[in-house]
Design a protein around this ligand. Structure first.
Ligand code: PLP
Length: 234
């Protein structure tokens, strides 16, 4: 089942790249494995996927030792400052920098271990009350501020688009995030490398690719529905 799901996602990614005149190699598929067991991750890894996304530090800490070393773990969910230490040397990128205090705390943990951690700034591009993220008009200033922190490196922007049955409705948000990224890139801020746009999930990744995503985060489309226990919330 995982293999078929993956083949389906892969062919949709290829088709979206073709429609957009983009190269398949410009888009990285991140398999979002939150709540899913190590065995399933291993199965997806066996199909050649190396990038996995998780939103809870505890899950990365538990799963990483059980799985191959060549896996690149992406922290994609809201991160509490007291949990940074569990993941700082296990992840290849933190997609969810949503406050100055978090950026400073990640920088501090990284400096303790002599690391430079690639990060993305999470932008609340649709201005949803329920979502974390920097407001679009504050993003450039925010990027400038955190660009001075020596042990993180801003690599681009990330967004979680609104939940919708009609992915087309998210196109303007993806387009806006891409424009914001291009505009900030043009400022040539020291220590900032605006090359990654992490946007698009199971419901809307094809549209996100058409609008310039370089990373898509697909969970349900690969692993199937997630089931949460009574004490677990998204
Ligand atoms: C869960 C999650 C995803 C994947 O969602 P699906 O709809 O299952 O593809 C992507 N990004 C973030 C930040 C998530 O928390």
């Amino acid at each position: 089942m995982l293999k078929e799901n993956l083949a389906d996602v892969e062919s949709r990614i290829e088709a979206a790249c073709r429609r957009a005149g983009r190269s398949r190699s410009d888009v990285r598929l991140i398999a979002v494995s939150k709540t899913k067991p190590a065995e399933m991750i291993q199965e997806v890894h066996n199909c050649g996927i190396l990038d996995f996304g998780e939103n809870k530090p505890q899950e990365i800490k538990e799963k990483q030792p059980l799985l191959p070393d060549d896996i690149r773990w992406h922290m994609i969910g809201h991160l509490q400052r007291n949990k940074i230490k569990y993941i700082i040397d296990r992840v290849c990128m933190i997609h969810s920098i949503d406050s100055l205090r978090l950026a400073q705390a990640v920088n501090e943990e990284a400096s303790k271990r002599n690391l430079t951690v690639p990060v993305l700034v999470e932008v609340n591009v649709a201005r949803e009350e329920s979502k974390y993220g920097i407001m679009p008009e504050e993003t450039e200033e925010f990027v400038r501020t955190i660009s001075t922190l020596p042990n993180i490196r801003v690599n681009g922007l990330m967004t979680i688009a609104p939940f919708t049955d009609n992915a087309e409705e998210n196109r303007p948000y993806f387009r806006a995030l891409n424009k914001l990224c291009v505009d900030i890139k043009a400022k040539n801020i020291d220590n900032v490398n605006m090359c990654d746009l992490s946007m698009g999930m199971t419901g809307d990744y094809e549209i996100a690719i058409e609008e310039g995503a370089t990373m898509v985060r697909v969970g349900t489309g690969i692993f199937g529905e997630r089931f949460y226990g009574p004490s677990q919330i998204r």
